[in-house]
Design a protein around this ligand. Structure first.
Ligand SMILES: *[C@@H]1O[C@H](CO)[C@@H](O)[C@H](O)[C@H]1NC(C)=O
Ligand SMILES: *[C@@H]1O[C@H](CO)[C@@H](O)[C@H](O)[C@H]1NC(C)=O
Ligand SMILES: *[C@@H]1O[C@H](CO)[C@@H](O)[C@H](O)[C@H]1NC(C)=O
Ligand SMILES: *[C@@H]1O[C@H](CO)[C@@H](O)[C@H](O)[C@H]1NC(C)=O
Ligand SMILES: *[C@@H]1O[C@H](CO)[C@@H](O)[C@H](O)[C@H]1NC(C)=O
Length: 567
């Protein structure tokens, strides 16, 4: 009796162990897998290091024909990109008559569309990506969703469907569903209830499990990205109780959930990289080992996390150097400095802020380092959007353009230091600058209208273009060049541009690719009004589309891709 019972306990243990062996990544064969894995700060595929340039094309599954998907992926692959980041979600609140959708979320109930205009579109994208030698980063939801009032005070739902907005559904990045759609359809009030309400978490896990298990054996999936830009607030405001710990805890719960159903793929956050230098951590870094008198050659030096003191010290130091350089160049007068040919009398009296700023103080509810140190999070993510975020204090001895480029370099540098302290790979999941020719299409992620389109008419075929906002194409190219070379030299494992622009797509009325949506083609007549009666369409543009005719960023990406491939 006793013996038999012990035997059965052993049997149970063996069963549990074999279960574990299936559920954990195959560490014994680490590096030889055709699934992307990590090794310290690097990615490994088939036993080789994998470092890449990529692009964002969140809209790929909503294209109208397979030929369009095939051509777009072919064009992306042709510049040497290896990874495409896209939306693996597409939520609606009523069943639309046209176009792609993946999940209906309605009054607290969810259902998946796995038909030809549903997840089968995603199947096609992944299959064709694989045929073009591309990996896909699969983003599972979005922080942004238009639920606020528009400028005329009326309430917005999604475009298409029951709304007064006549732009086609899915035209912009913040109109594919997302967190606030769940919150509203579950009868809740605050954005951060997405992270904490049990029913919503269950519903999101339900969607996640259906997508993840569908592609669990696909080597083309680079990673499961939990959310685009997760934060405490969105167009719905946050409750009083959302902190960085709320969002870190949600990541830990979701990453463990995905790991329990998918032993094969990497898992990443998708946050914008905001740090919180002084926040309490749920996943504190282990204390760094005491320095060795003579470290073995090649032994890894563990970096320190980014601190407020370091940020403020570095800023003061670079201001001092910039001022000295300006003085040497004869551009500095005692009572002021020359800014773009004009004298500014602010130099001596300016007060330097002792605040680290919103990118570092946790005010968005994101502590990227704490998230990165969650065991089931495989690598770090951050974004770089100087049009929408302030990463560093401006130095009055420099032009606003130079300040902007420098702030990007500073941001990338601090991200690299933070990820090195954790010891995981780091990728820039999106970076972009708005040019003058893209300004009219620029829709900040937190908004539903284009603030630099001077004509706010909902007739998208007639759009006046305001070209006073944005950098020149050359400035954009130079900035991308600087940021990419900084990222390469700081050993980032991947750099993903925002966003791919594709022309000559098949247009269908009522779908994302609608006839007459002018998007990336900056064709203006003499009055600044652009018109198009095309029956072909262009991909959605939030103000960042690459335009093969007009800018030099594709060659910059292409060169970077070939340089890192031959490393
Ligand atoms: C990895 O190996 C598999 C199987 O041989 C192959 O199909 C795949 O293309 C390889 N991937 C890379 C990135 O080399
Ligand atoms: C790029 O896209 C165009 C359609 O816009 C297509 O004709 C061409 O074949 C594509 N190029 C590649 C290399 O796939
Ligand atoms: C999960 O999704 C399925 C299919 O879409 C749906 O039928 C089911 O009710 C969902 N379960 C929960 C708990 O929401
Ligand atoms: C959106 O972000 C921009 C910065 O990019 C800011 O100027 C603007 O006030 C924000 N709008 C809303 C509605 O939060
Ligand atoms: C588009 O069509 C309108 C009316 O049919 C016409 O007035 C206009 O000139 C056309 N625009 C272009 C660019 O062909």
């Amino acid at each position: 009796m006793k013996d038999r019972r012990r035997f059965s306990l052993w049997g149970l243990a063996a069963l549990l162990l074999s279960g574990l062996a299936i559920a954990t990544p195959p560490t014994a064969k680490r590096g030889s897998s055709q699934f992307v894995q990590t090794d310290g700060a690097s990615f490994i595929v088939n036993g080789s290091k994998f470092r890449y340039v990529g692009t964002n094309a969140y809209w790929l599954p909503v294209l109208n024909t397979e030929q369009d998907i095939w051509n777009t992926l072919g064009n992306i692959s042709a510049i040497g990109a290896k990874v495409v980041r896209l939306w693996a979600f597409n939520d609606v609140t009523t069943t639309p008559s046209d176009g792609t959708w993946f999940q209906l979320v309605q009054n607290g109930k969810v259902s998946i569309n796995d038909g030809p205009n549903g997840l089968q579109k995603l199947d096609t994208v992944i299959q064709m990506a694989e045929q073009h030698g591309l990996y896909v980063i699969m983003t599972l939801t979005n922080n942004w969703y238009p639920t606020a009032s528009n400028s005329t005070g009326s309430s917005l739902q999604a475009r298409g469907g029951t709304t007064e907005i006549t732009l086609p559904r899915n035209y912009l990045s913040n109109d594919y569903g997302g967190m606030d759609l769940y919150v509203r359809q579950f009868g809740l009030q605050y954005h951060d209830q997405f992270y904490t309400d049990e029913k919503v978490v269950k519903a999101f896990q339900n969607f996640t499990s259906q997508v993840v298990t569908r592609y669990v054996n696909s080597p083309a999936v680079f990673s499961w990205e939990l959310a685009n830009d997760p934060r405490c607030s969105s167009t719905l405001s946050m409750s009083g109780s959302c902190t960085t710990e709320t969002i870190t805890q949600w990541h830990a719960t979701m990453a463990a959930y995905i790991r329990s159903i998918d032993p094969n793929h990497l898992i990443s956050s998708g946050n914008q990289g905001y740090m919180c230098t002084d926040c309490a951590k749920l996943y504190p870094l282990n204390p760094a080992p005491a320095p060795q008198p003579s470290p073995a050659p090649g032994s890894k030096k563990r970096s320190v996390p980014v601190s407020s003191e370091q940020i403020l010290r570095k800023r003061a130091e670079s201001r001092r150097l910039n001022r000295r350089a300006a003085k040497l160049a004869g551009k500095l007068k005692e009572d002021g400095i020359r800014v773009r040919g004009r004298w500014a009398a602010t130099a001596t009296r300016r007060q330097q802020s002792q605040e680290v700023g919103t990118a570092y103080d946790g005010s968005y509810g994101v502590d990227s380092q704490d998230i990165l140190n969650i065991p089931d999070i495989s690598f770090g993510t951050f974004q770089l959007f100087p049009d929408q975020d302030t990463y560093a204090a401006s130095d009055p001895s420099l032009s606003s353009y130079q300040n902007m480029v420098n702030s990007g370099v500073d941001w990338i540098t601090n991200q690299a230091q933070s990820a090195a302290a954790v010891g995981k790979p780091l990728i820039m999941t999106a970076f972009g600058l708005v040019t003058q020719s893209n300004a009219a299409d620029f829709v900040p992620f937190n908004m539903t209208t284009a603030p630099y389109a001077t004509n706010t008419s909902s007739d998208v075929t007639i759009q006046k273009r305001d070209t006073t906002y944005g950098v020149t194409n050359q400035e954009q190219t130079d900035a991308y060049s600087t940021w990419l070379s900084t990222s390469v030299s700081l050993n980032l494992a991947g750099m993903i541009q925002y966003q791919w622009g594709q022309e000559s797509l098949t247009a269908e009325t009522g779908t994302t690719i609608s006839p007459g949506v002018t998007g990336i083609t900056p064709s203006s007549d003499s009055t600044g009004t652009s018109q198009s009666n095309d029956t072909t369409g262009v991909s959605p543009n939030d103000g960042y589309s690459s335009n093969s005719n007009a800018d030099g960023i594709l060659p910059v990406m292409s060169n970077t891709a070939s340089n890192i491939a031959s490393d």
